[in-house]
Design a protein around this ligand. Structure first.
Ligand code: GRF
Length: 216
């Protein structure tokens, strides 16, 4: 059997997606090993949560005077040193520079709390509610230099319910994130998911659209 794929998870906060990924790697749904959790914030709760599971967890934050490109290079060096061959962004609240993105192109995944291309950027739940959208969800996508615009892999789609507020809606979306993100990383680790020339493919079939899962 092939070696489990070493992967890194980058966080800035709670790290619930990171924990879902760690659990999926531990129980074999992902043929991979979470080798390092990196946060740009020392107070990210996910750091201690990772350490409690025996996973290496480190802070890599920009130092005074360091521009985005230099920070990106420092981050790449750090990730390379861990041996990770896939970088998974899970609530990492910092825009990564072009050099970083190009270095990890095809090996850099993100999860975004909307049905991309709808609602790129922040405060997606609030904006969905304000717009009166019927559908909402989350998207796993490969990262490209354009923010929240890389090739989509899988979406979790759910219906906005009457009476939903930001709290209830974000909780349902997050539960879905914890299902679809391990699935996508599992596909990648198994060699089933690739991204070349800006096109994601699953089992050799180009994904001209994301795979859509509906809430049960
Ligand atoms: C998730 O909702 C994800 O969609 C967004 O940031 C949040 C991270 O949450 N990119 P957590 O830290 O994984 O709990």
């Amino acid at each position: 059997m092939a070696e489990p794929l070493p992967f890194a998870v980058l966080i800035s906060g709670r790290g619930s997606n990171m924990l879902a990924l760690a659990e999926a790697a531990a129980d074999g749904r992902i043929a991979g090993r979470l080798v390092i959790v990196i946060s740009d914030r020392a107070d990210a709760a996910g750091l201690d949560a990772a350490r409690r599971l025996g996973i290496a967890a480190e802070v890599v934050a920009p130092v005074a005077g360091q521009d985005r490109a230099a920070f990106g290079r420092a981050l790449t060096n750090f990730i390379e040193a861990s041996g990770a061959r896939l970088v998974v962004l899970a609530g990492f609240m910092r825009i990564l520079d072009g050099e970083f993105v190009r270095h990890w192109q095809g090996r850099l995944l993100n999860i975004h709390p909307s049905l991309l291309p709808a609602w790129r950027g922040l405060h997606t739940h609030r904006r969905v509610l304000a717009a009166g959208d019927r559908w909402h969800g989350c998207t796993v996508h490969f990262v490209t230099e354009e923010l929240d615009a890389g090739p989509a892999v899988i979406q979790g789609r759910l219906e906005v319910l009457p009476g939903d507020d930001e709290v209830s809606l974000s909780a349902r979306v997050q539960r879905f994130e914890h299902i679809i993100y391990p699935r996508a990383v599992g596909w990648f680790a198994a060699g089933r998911l690739t991204c070349e020339d800006g096109m994601a493919s699953l089992d050799g079939q180009p994904l001209s659209q994301a795979i859509v899962e509906e809430a049960q």
